[in-house]
Design a protein around this ligand. Sequence first.
Ligand code: PXG
Length: 442
Amino acid sequence: MADRRTSSPNDLRAFWMPFTANRQFKKAPRMLVAASGMYYTSADGRQVLDGTAGLWCCNAGHCRPRITRAIQEQAATLDYAPAFQMGHPLAFELANRLIDIAPDNMSHVFFTNSGSESVETALKIAIAYHRMRGEGSRTRLIGRERGYHGVNFGGISVGGIVANRRVFGHLLPGVDHLPHTHLPELNAFTRGQPEHGAHLADELERIVALHGADTIAAVIVEPMAGSTGVLLPPKGYLQRLREICTRHGILLIFDEVITGFGRLGAPFASQFYGVEPDLITCAKGLTSGVIPMGAVMTTDAVHDAFMTGPEHMIELFHGYTYSGNPIAAAAGIATLETYAEEGLLTRAAELAPYWEDALHALKGLPHVIDIRNQGLIGAIELEPIKGAPTKRAFTAFIDAYEKGLMIRTTGDIIALSPPLIIDKAQIDELFGILGDVLRGLE
Ligand code: PXG
């Protein structure tokens, strides 16, 4: 039998890869075989600096011993426990620890296995919440243009990325969208939060006037939109959104799948921006990306609305086989311990000025039309090649990988989100390579 650990499989046909140019990849595969700290090892034996924390998830860096050990020990102690009508201690412990670092108004946690599932869960809780309170007409969901909320039907319905929606039929009915907040003509090359655009939150008033507040269950936004190319909230925007939701009895959901767990310099973006939503979705950094796990956090008010009726009855008909899975919970606890021990949930705030200067020093390089940043996030927007959108950024991605740096691209935007353990020398290394890549672009 072939060695299953081989780094060069000889047949790539069966695996239909997610969000990947499958044919291009299979002609020139990019295989990773190991990782440690800030670096991947490629199949051809090169060290590749991780400029993206995997897919925005490995916030503690790679193969951290405490997390590895916790998973190994848990797998040998209690591998699985039924998630429904049974419990195990680690899921309760992780929920409590999450609430300890969450915004003050959060007090309950529902576990899922991914960001997409967290989004579906939050949307369902929002609609059911109103129903529980006798406001069953509130079923409408409001998302935002250029929003990304995962790939399931609820998430792509409230999401606003056309390629993720276009070929999948009618999606959910009763959904409307706020305008996105990307105003490059006013805000290009802003450091941190842009000055212009808070007024775009008032579009929610227009949507309320159009549909009636009594038909709207929730508004869902990413406090900082990651996938669509790092779109920061204009100053005052999130505050206004919060005020309008409160005034009309609409729940506000922050999708913190990317911003959760220290990315901006506080545990959650809600704390960073000083705005408290009614529900928070998270995943990714919850286990530093090591084991699939997500969560929805919510307030007493939302949770308690369900705690009525006879006590032997299930209050919320929703959940997953792997909700709060023991091995995922062990990974989550070890991850939060690693974050606490190393101060990682606030480290981005310390490094942000250095990061910002290094990133904005790329201004003036060929084709760079905007640079954006917050915490340990950065984006470089490139002028698209006429008639071939995305090609320039994709070329940069391949070239960076070959030069020893992992970046992400979306459209013609390069996104950066390194593990929160990155140090200043590695920031210099990252922007050194990226500068070379940009200077070489046609
Ligand atoms: N919400 C947000 C805000 C996300 O960013 C999801 C939900 C879905 O999470 P799952 O775990 O179902 O993938 C995400 C995921 C990228 C990139 O490069 C972003 C995500 C995933 C993969 C790549 O921008 N975001």
